[in-house]
Design a protein around this ligand. Structure first.
Ligand code: ADP
Ligand code: RBF
Ligand code: MG
Length: 146
C-alpha cells in the first residue's frame, strides 16, 4: 500500500465500551471526522504501527480500521490498542499514530473467544514486525515530538 506509513492523530474519545470489558483489549478510539478523512487507499483491516499519547513515549500498537464485522457496527472506526499497560485512562488526550503495515482483513468469528485469540495473535505479529529494521525507524520520527 503506497500510502504507508500513514500518520494521523486525534483526541481519544469514548467508543462502545467493549474493548476492555469484553475482549480484555482496550482500544483508544478517535473521532469519526478523523476516520472519514483517511485515504480511500487505506483499506479496512488490521494494521501494526507506532503510537504515543500526549507526545509521550512511543509504543508498539495494533489497530483495526473498519466496521467490526463481529459486531456489525454502523459507523467506520479506527481503534488502537497500544502495547503498553497504562495506570490511568487516556480520554481527552491526543493519540498520535504511525500506521506502518497491514496484517489481515477484518473478519467475522464464530465466538468471542476466537476473536480474542485472533487479536492476541495480531499483537504477537505486530511486536515481531516492528522490530524489523524496515519499521523501527518510524518510532523516532519527529512527528511524535512536540
Ligand atoms: P472505548 O469503547 O471507550 O474505546 P475501551 O474498552 O476500548 O473503551 O477502552 C479504551 C480506553 O482504555 C482508552 O480510551 C484509554 O482511555 C484506555 N486505555 C488504557 N490502556 C490502553 C491501551 N494500552 N491502549 C489503548 N487504550 C487504553
Ligand atoms: N473486530 C472484528 O469484528 N473482526 C476482527 O477481525 C477484529 N480484529 C481486531 C484486531 C485488533 C488487533 C483489534 C485491536 C481489534 C479488532 N477488532 C475486530 C475490533 C474489535 O471488535 C473492537 O476493538 C471491539 O469491538 C471494541 O470496540
Ligand atoms: Mg475502544
Amino acid at each position: 500500500m503506497s500510502c504507508l506509513p500513514y500518520y494521523c492523530s486525534g483526541p481519544i474519545v469514548k467508543g462502545f465500551g467493549r474493548g476492555s470489558k469484553e475482549l480484555g483489549c482496550p482500544t483508544a478510539n478517535i473521532p469519526l471526522d478523523v476516520v472519514k478523512a483517511l485515504p480511500e487507499e487505506l483499506k479496512t483491516g488490521i494494521y501494526f504501527g507506532w503510537a504515543n499519547v500526549d507526545n509521550g513515549e512511543v509504543y508498539k500498537a495494533v489497530l483495526s480500521i473498519g466496521w467490526n464485522p463481529f459486531y456489525d457496527n454502523k459507523e467506520k472506526s479506527l481503534e488502537t490498542h497500544i502495547i503498553h499497560t497504562f495506570d490511568t485512562d487516556l480520554y481527552g488526550q491526543t493519540l498520535k499514530l504511525c500506521i506502518c503495515g497491514y496484517l489481515r482483513p477484518e473478519k467475522n468469528f464464530d465466538s468471542l473467544d476466537a476473536l480474542i485469540a485472533a487479536i492476541n495473535q495480531d499483537i504477537e505479529n505486530a511486536k515481531q514486525q516492528l522490530d524489523a529494521e524496515q519499521f523501527i525507524n518510524y518510532k523516532f520520527n519527529d512527528f511524535f515530538k512536540n
